[in-house]
Design a protein around this ligand. Structure first.
Ligand code: SAH
Ligand code: SF4
Length: 350
């Protein structure tokens, strides 16, 4: 692991030094992943939230809005079916911190697994702080991984901006790890009041927790929040944080987030060039997308076609994406192979 001072220095490099940093991080990525990128399909479950984060438009104080939604179990299963039909292997449920999501998502998970019995899909959740029992229930139902960003590791800033304790967030992360989830965490870069030192602490904390996924996203000032007139986070510092995370932990899954594209055209491509290896395509039902105002109304929505273009331009690959229907074909191949194998039991497939 790099020292804290080394991280602080690297966060600030620009020009030729930044280019060298990105080259090193791409080479670290290539050693572990070759050119493969993971593509997730995200479904935004609800914009209802009991927390009041200063940076987020879905905060509790905005709950009176009549654009609040909670998808139904049927919506979740239908959207997950679209993800699977496109050959993607990660169904990602994200949403506000609402207690209802535990049972709602928990009951949908086995039905989603049943849609793809031969090509198991990974169910990834990002539904906020929950009790250990709730996490345990979601795991038993078939969730494999959980993202819970610590957002900032500065306890005072965390308390001020999220109005909940950092220790509580960390307790949740430790519960998830103990329950054998594949865990992701992450940081928002450029929060008002944040220092480079505290960003370095964010990276060190993620490393110490022993997670397998991490992210760095730039802060986007959003309308109807107490931070709406603050400056955006720096794209360059965010890219450097991605590269540092990759070098420190070559095996991590690190997304190139849509917030980069919102702040700078080509920002998401630059995230891949800085060493990220995950892209997330939006599968939220069209009628609800505009109400999930995570980065404001005009957020950048990632489509499958856009991801295909992005991969083409960066020379990266996704095993799943270049032939839609691929997963379904593989299921069939698998069944045929079984049928051709010396039969120990008869298999009826057609
Ligand atoms: N409610 C859950 C998960 C959904 S929100 C939670 O908070 O854990 C998903 C992520 O959106 C949050 O983790 C936060 O990092 C990010 N986010 C919200 N508002 C943001 C903003 N204005 N700028 C950058 N990231 C933001
Ligand atoms: Fe709620 Fe998550 Fe937004 Fe905070 S970031 S207000 S927990 S949805």
């Amino acid at each position: 692991m790099l020292s804290k001072q080394e991280i602080i220095d690297l966060l600030q490099v620009r020009g030729a030094d930044q280019k060298a940093l990105f080259e090193e991080s791409r080479s670290a990525r290539a050693k572990c992943f070759d050119a493969q990128v993971v593509v997730r399909g995200v479904i935004e479950v609800t914009n209802v939230c009991r927390v009041n984060c200063h940076y987020c438009p879905m905060r509790r104080d905005n709950n009176s809005s009549n654009t609040r939604f909670l998808l139904t179990e049927e919506d979740l299963i239908a959207a997950a079916k679209c993800v699977i039909e496109q050959g993607l292997k990660v169904v990602f449920f994200q949403g506000g911190e609402a207690p209802q999501t535990t049972r709602l998502v928990g009951e949908a998970i086995p039905k989603i697994h049943a849609l793809s019995p031969l090509q198991p899909v990974e169910i990834l959740l990002n539904l906020g702080n929950k009790s250990r029992d709730e996490y345990g229930y979601l795991k038993t139902q078939g969730a494999e991984s959980y993202i819970l960003k610590h957002e900032t590791s500065d306890p005072l800033l965390h308390k001020r901006l999220r109005q909940t304790d950092l220790q509580e967030r960390i307790r949740c992360l430790l519960n998830l790890l103990e329950l054998q989830f594949k865990v992701g965490t992450g940081t928002i870069i450029g929060l008002p009041g944040q220092t480079l030192e505290s960003i370095a602490d964010d990276i060190v904390l993620a490393d110490e927790l022993g997670v397998s996924m991490a992210s760095a996203s730039p802060f986007i000032p959003a309308r109807n929040t107490p931070l709406d007139s603050c400056a955006s986070g720096s794209v360059e510092t965010t890219l450097n944080a991605i590269a540092i995370m990759r070098i420190a932990n070559p095996r991590w899954l690190i997304p190139s987030v849509s917030a980069l594209e919102k702040l700078q055209e080509g920002g998401q491509r630059r995230g891949l060039e800085a060493g990220a290896n995950v892209l997330t395509v939006n599968f939220t039902p069209d009628s609800k997308r505009d109400d999930y105002e995570i980065y404001g109304k005009d957020r950048f929505i990632v489509s499958l076609d856009y991801v295909r273009e992005l991969l083409k331009h960066t020379g990266l690959k996704s095993a799943e994406l270049f032939s839609p229907g691929h997963a379904a074909e593989q299921q069939l191949d698998h069944l045929r192979a079984d049928a051709d194998a010396p039969a120990t039991q008869s298999i009826s497939i057609f």
